[in-house]
Design a protein around this ligand. Sequence first.
Ligand code: SAM
Ligand code: DTB
Ligand code: SF4
Length: 343
Amino acid sequence: MVAIDALPRHDWTLAQIEALFELPFTELVFRAAETHRVWFDPTEVQLSQLLSVKTGGCAENCGYCSQSQHFETGVPASKLMDATSVIAAAMDAKAGGAQRFCMGAAWRDLKDRDVPKVAAMISGVKALGLETCATLGMLTKPQAQALKDAGLDYYNHNLDTGPDYYDKVVTTRTYQDRLDTLEAVREVGMSTCCGGIVGMGETRTDRAGLLHALATLPAHPDSLPINDLMPIPGTPLGGSQAVDGFEFVRMIAVARIVCPKTVVRLSAGREHMSRELQALCFMAGANSMFIGGKLLTTSNPDKDTDAALMADLGMKPMTMGVAAPSISNHHRRHAHAVTGVSG
Ligand code: SAM
Ligand code: DTB
Ligand code: SF4
């Protein structure tokens, strides 16, 4: 039996999620850590690596992004990489310990003419024995099917913030556009990676709104990235005030509680976080991160720094092939022991 509190639910109200944010910090983190242990081994962390396969020149006006053609950020537009170079980068990522390779393109939407090129990258990366992920903007259902057929395991498409704050961040698309692509991805049976960004001037209610949107989807995301804004000079959000570390941890903890079986990714922004703050995030239920010295256009902690962090925390790469986490007897017993509640 699984502790009732740790069962996935799709009927969260915004008020309930806001109430989680208001809990005393240590109480919130404890509850999140309990939930984490029901579904996962808390010493394991899933390791992904990013590559920007098509950089800059994007038609969208996302206020946080270095790659929008609407802002002067000094990131030049480049063409789609060829599959051979992408596969070579994936081999390096695998050698560096990555378990999943995520290919990102600065596109508003995928064009049919690019599908064969992207499919060649995906099948080549998959053949290396890596999990595959792509983030290419909006997709139609037939495109989602073509990517899945090529071997794509995950599609990343973030809702980014709460629905009420969305048009303060981007106006060239709607929240519903994002939801439609997520639906197409789900309908073809692909795993979803969907989360957002903290630090764009949003309120706690907006953060709760994002998690409410995610937790009330027909299926919770399989992977839920929480990015701490990497402020990009030249973008409308380039001068945003950094979010307090405890507030960031609260976001991770509430994500863990409302999407208990989801892999929660401590995503962009680790470079600016202390080791202790990152450890608190893992304590609060984060169990994935990007490795390699670079995200898409910004930097990430280098290999040695992360290897030392993992060693010092006694953490190890997540056991592969656990797309839908199963509960071990150890974890069941633990859930009983700590909560005394079963369902
Ligand atoms: N163009 C595609 C799209 O927007 O879906 C894929 C690439 S886009 C860069 C992927 C995600 O990266 C965004 O949804 C956003 O959550 C995150 N991101 C982009 N710029 C960021 C920044 N400066 N800081 C933190 N996260 C960022
Ligand atoms: C996600 O949520 N974060 C990643 C991945 N999905 C594609 C991207 C982070 C980008 C950070 C800014 C940059 O490097 O350009
Ligand atoms: Fe384009 Fe994606 Fe950047 Fe928005 S976040 S400007 S869609 S690359």
